[in-house]
Design a protein around this ligand. Structure first.
Ligand SMILES: Cc1ncc(COP(=O)(O)O)c(C=O)c1O
Length: 391
């Protein structure tokens, strides 16, 4: 990364979250196309195996999204209509929608504004006799305070479903994200740290939960129904539940297998970019992400700054527009859940009732952090941020 940031202007737009794709993914896709077996098959089985080894988990199921993983985990957790599930207001809508689709009643507990993760003190305040589960999101790849959440879950007999969409590489006190709770749900969406285009994975503590998730993820058909057209000969299947069409395809797993091989080298690259941004932005009037906590591992999924108009003289949305004008793609993770009309109408939620999530959601900007970024791209991001704040 060059020290001289005042160089040239970019000629192409830097897409936020564009993934690093290697030749091996491309070759595997071509081989899969030529094999004639595009749907769920041996490549999905291999990706599940490799992911289980990476996470040190025994029971895993690949699905077509993290949303599907969350939905089926909540069902497998035994959530019944009206059961309350506590989650964070600073998350992607899919987290809350999955609770609703599974028949649960979502309850929000505000974040700790420093970590941007759900605050266990707020969770404790929201527990009622109807609470059945906690759904923490390891925001940006920083682990939640799992000791406190596990303690609450133990005391009140609650399930924990970890939303690990940002947290593939995350660790907490020597344990890997997704293996601390009863379920861990991962996303391989195009902007994530490991991608399959669309895709997801569930880890479960109990074998019977993963068995049920596999059945629910393929129409409710009995075990290994995807093998019905294989060289083992036609197999009858039986529908044992009313399931969903949530299975991952071999075409997706073909990408994931090779992405996973590079998960650690990509993580190191993002850690470098993160450090570079920290140094480059140290004197600017913006809040930078909190340093990772001791005895934890941050996944470095999102580099989020806070643009507070009182300090910068520019409001967050104008900052976003200016970055775009400078050809740098940016993201917002997230406007707090109660800002959206649907939830206001359905649950009477108001943003002001979750003040920390509201303030973060109104000030936050995510900068490009993909392992794909070149040295010039990184310099361009630094230059644009500096220029926009000084304009
Ligand atoms: C925190 C969080 N949860 C859930 C999801 C849903 O993931 P997917 O797109 O794989 O369904 C996302 C995706 O952006 C996310 O960021």
């Amino acid at each position: 990364m060059s020290d001289n940031v005042a160089r040239r202007s970019r000629d192409n737009f830097l897409t936020f979250g564009a993934p690093l794709i290697g030749e091996s993914e491309i070759e595997e896709i071509i081989a899969t196309m030529k094999s004639g077996w595009l749907g769920t098959g041996p490549k999905v089985a291999r990706f599940e195996h490799d992911f289980a080894v990476y996470k040190g988990a025994e029971f895993v199921a690949a699905l077509n999204s993290c949303t599907a993983a969350l939905h089926l985990s909540i069902l497998a957790a035994g959530i019944k209509p009206g059961d309350e599930v506590i989650t964070t207001p600073l998350t992607f809508c899919a987290t809350v929608n999955a609770i609703i689709h599974a028949g649960g009643f979502p309850v929000l507990a505000d974040i700790d504004p420093k970590t941007m993760n759900i605050d266990p003190v707020e969770v404790a305040r929201k527990i009622t006799p109807r609470t059945r589960a906690i759904l923490p999101v390891h925001f940006a790849g920083r682990p939640c305070e799992m000791d406190a959440l596990l303690l609450l879950a133990g005391k009140h007999g609650l399930k924990i479903i970890e939303d690990c969409a940002h947290a593939i590489e995350t660790e907490y006190h020597g344990r890997k994200a997704g293996t601390l709770g009863d379920f861990g749900c991962f996303s391989f969406y195009v902007t994530k740290n490991v991608i399959t285009g669309e895709g997801g994975m569930v880890l479960a503590k109990r074998e019977e939960d993963i068995a049920r998730i596999k059945i629910l993820g393929l129409h409710g058909m009995s075990k290994d129904a995807w093998k019905r057209f294989s060289d083992e000969g036609y197999k009858h299947y039986f529908v044992v539940e009313c399931g969903f069409k949530y299975n991952m395809m071999d075409l997706q797993a073909a990408i994931g297998i090779h992405q996973l091989e590079r998960v650690e080298s990509n993580w190191k690259r993002r850690a470098q970019i993160w450090e570079h941004y920290n140094n480059a932005f140290a004197d600017l009037p913006i809040a930078l992400p909190l340093e990772p906590e001791k005895k934890t591992r941050h996944a470095y999924h999102l580099y989020t700054i806070l643009v507070d108009e009182q300090r910068t003289g520019i409001d967050r949305d104008a900052f976003l527009d200016n970055m775009t004008r400078n050809k740098i793609g940016v993201g917002v993770h997230y406007l707090s859940i109660p800002e959206h009309p649907y939830y206001q109408k359905a649950f009477s939620w108001k943003p002001e009732d979750y003040p920390h999530a509201m303030q973060t959601g109104r000030q936050t900007v995510s900068l490009p952090l993909s392992a794909r970024l070149s040295e010039d791209d990184i310099d361009d991001v630094v230059e644009a941020v500096t220029k926009v704040l000084n304009s």
